[in-house]
Ligand binder design. Sequence first.
Ligand SMILES: *Cc1c(COP(=O)(O)O)cnc(C)c1O
Length: 409
Amino acid sequence: MSTQSNNSNIQNSQENSLGFYGSHGGQFVPDEMKARLNEVADCFNKYKNDKNFLAELDDLYKHFCGRPTPIFYCENLSKQLGGADIYLKREDLNHLGAHKLNNALGQLLLAKRMGKTRIIAETGAGQHGVATAAVSALYGLKCTIYMGEEDIRRQELNVLRMRMMGAEVIAATSGQKTLKEAVDEALEAFVNDPESFYVLGSAVGPYPYPEIVHHFQSVISFEAREQFQTMTNSLPDMVVACVGGGSNAIGMFSHFIKDKDVALVGAEPGGIGNKIGEHAASLVHGKESILHGFKSYVCLDEKGEVAPVYSISAGLDYPSVSPEHAHLKDIGRASYVAVTDEEAIKAFFILSKSQGIIPALESAHALAHAIKVAPNMKGKKILVCLSGRGDKDVDQISAMLKENKIQMS
Ligand SMILES: *Cc1c(COP(=O)(O)O)cnc(C)c1O
């Protein structure tokens, strides 16, 4: 029953009904989209704790995804840092190399229950697109992925992987031609085709998506909390996860929210600086606004419009963030820090060399924070969500090495 039992946690951080987390979240969309979203919500509420549904999902987690993923104690790295002990939750060991599949599988089962025949998804770096293409292939459903034209150019390999699994990849050609535009076009396609189901890739969007994604990703901390106790006879003192839209982080935090002594820290992409356009740290630098049908912290420019965002890590550069994280920040239950490109690259090399694990550049942001604070936390334990593996980033790192932009330290 891996996805059950986080309802009390949802209640904890959710003050009002219908998708509000304090002042954030909600459903700021036209009426016709509201009707479609509420159809999805009804299906989710009907099946989220249904025995047969959960049994089917658990079977897929076990046999298709490779769950449960282990917890790993980084002995070499911990010794090297000389402070806190560092542990990793190995989401990089999932099929396709990241946590994205946890959510794509869950949403696909909902689509099937609703009798939908076409799957729609947005993707940024392509990781969610690949996961959605895979589960659509598994269930023989037609799959259309919306991806920014700029991202299609940068992520050639993932585009090919999606096509190999039978998905159609459509270029979003407006604006910055990246993730924000891909979401705009995917939402529009969803409303225009009543036979479609929109598989949203992060804990963002209008109600019910933040709640759905939290539910399916909470399998991470459902496993991790128990595994950590079995391994160490204690709970971690600090849990760290990187935050793009916030799905691996909310999945990693979920079952620890009620453990008040466990510090929860989200690592946002600090990019190359604090100015507009130099980062994508919506919680650290953003202001409350509405984007893509929900209210949360958004990176805005001087005019109050959505700012261009940047991160070295293509999976983190979204200008807003999960409304639940916005609320956890407001009530002080979690804290959020901006980690720079430089710090993330350093952590990428440190983990590769010390433990033989190449992390995704996204996950390296979380790791970088742990590396920064560990020396002053002797006797404590830090659990880091290693959201994905770094094989996909090796080409990018290679190019930067060749141009002498970075050093292999
Ligand atoms: C997509 C992705 C992320 C960022 O998405 P979240 O919804 O914030 O988790 C982080 N790590 C990896 C490996 C990813 O593929």
